[in-house]
Design a protein around this ligand. Structure first.
Ligand SMILES: *Cc1c(COP(=O)(O)O)cnc(C)c1O
Length: 366
């Protein structure tokens, strides 16, 4: 009898399904034999990184035979200055996904629980179950986080609460007042991970900056990333800001060189170009309006979003529409795995890409 290594994996891993990423452009071009595929499937920035990043990375490529600075000294110093926090509060990661995983690994024991919202980012249950802990998804309210219900879901076994603000794939957000009411009532030994991957896009005045809550809440971990507005998805770099004790724990469990040398250089250069960030934010805001208007004209409803993506309701099973869009050379994202089988998520692209998406959708819906 051959050994069943799946059955030998830990109890949580046995129940896991791998994360399904957006379909790569190359793959679809190969399948269709075409070359002008538009990918609006992974919330990547259509504008790419700042030109300063490209110069910095080219120069740094010469040194790739050296290990990176494992402490990330320069990037942490640059972040600390920009964010008004101490460098020792910052933990760097191979994407912010790495930080989510480190938090789970450092604190979760088999049988512990994490709490998050229905329709929230798929990585929360994934990192939870990989530690054989129990993932508790709390029913959403109009697709958004129901923080009151999440509080009520906390038990003796709860170790971590994940809040995505804004949330992916719904684009919903939690206001400053509701976040503060929530934080004030979470038992102080429970970690609250506030995932702000799309922070830089949000223009709502009632949207809270998690960093300003850190002094009052030593159990709070704010995560951010260079993958989204900064346009560095392919390099993998993100970070958290927390109390010093939490940063100390993350530093114990991380790989010694969990952030590669080009990623460190690129992120530092990206921080140095606030004009590029503003440009990307402005164009995203107008792109959101463009896509929303297009959807309305097609008679489709959508969830109002403050991120760089919109989840829209196909009014029926979305998978055939996703597949028909692929045949038009447009890749969007099915989100049935998020409990939303009638929705598709489209990332805001360049104005002409947004138009191509709307045209393709019109074609497909006939
Ligand atoms: C994209 C995303 C992340 C992190 O991505 P990284 O590339 O690992 O930094 C984290 N949370 C949410 C909600 C996201 O959508």
């Amino acid at each position: 009898m051959p050994v069943d290594f799946i059955a030998l994996s830990n109890a949580g891993v046995q129940q896991l399904k791998p994360y399904e990423p957006g379909k790569p452009i190359e793959e679809l071009e190969r399948e269709l034999g075409i070359t002008d595929v538009v990918k609006l499937a992974s919330n990547e920035s259509p504008f790419g990184p700042s030109p300063r990043v490209l110069t910095a990375v080219r120069n740094a490529a010469e040194s790739m035979h050296r290990y990176p600075d494992g402490s990330g000294y320069r990037l942490k110093a640059a972040l600390a200055e920009r964010l008004g926090v101490r460098a020792a509060q910052i933990s760097l990661g191979n994407g912010s996904n790495d930080i989510l995983e480190l938090v789970a690994r450092a604190w979760l024991c088999p049988g512990d629980e994490t709490v998050f919202s229905q329709h929230a980012f798929a990585v929360y249950p994934l990192v939870t179950m990989a530690c054989s802990a129990k993932a508790v998804a709390v029913p959403a309210k109009e697709y958004g986080h129901d923080l009151e219900a999440m509080l009520a879901a906390i038990t003796e076994r709860t170790k971590i609460v994940f809040i995505a603000n804004p949330n992916n794939p719904t684009g919903t957000w939690v206001s400053a007042s509701s976040l503060d009411r929530f934080l004030a009532r979470v038992p102080e030994h429970i970690l609250v991970v506030l995932d702000e991957a799309y922070f830089e896009y949000v223009e709502e005045t009632a949207y809270p900056n998690g960093l300003s809550r850190l002094p009052a809440y030593p159990n709070l971990i704010v995560t951010r990333t260079f993958s989204k507005i900064y346009g560095l998805s392919g390099l993998r770099v993100g970070y958290s800001v927390s109390s010093l004790d939490i940063a100390e724990v993350l530093n114990r469990v991380r790989q010694p060189f969990n952030c590669n040398s080009l990623a460190l250089i690129a992120a530092e250069a990206a921080l140095d170009d606030p004009d590029h960030l503003e440009y990307c934010r402005d164009l995203n805001t107008s792109g959101l309006a463009q896509v929303a208007e297009g959807l309305e004209q097609l008679g489709l409803s959508y969830i109002p979003s403050v991120g760089n993506f919109i989840a829209f309701d196909c009014g029926r099973e979305a998978m055939p529409i996703y597949e028909a869009l692929l045949r038009e050379g447009v890749i969007v994202r099915p989100i049935a795995a998020y409990g939303m089988p009638h929705h598709l998520r489209v990332t805001i692209g360049l104005p002409e890409e947004n138009e191509r998406f709307i045209d393709a959708l019109r074609e497909v819906l006939g």
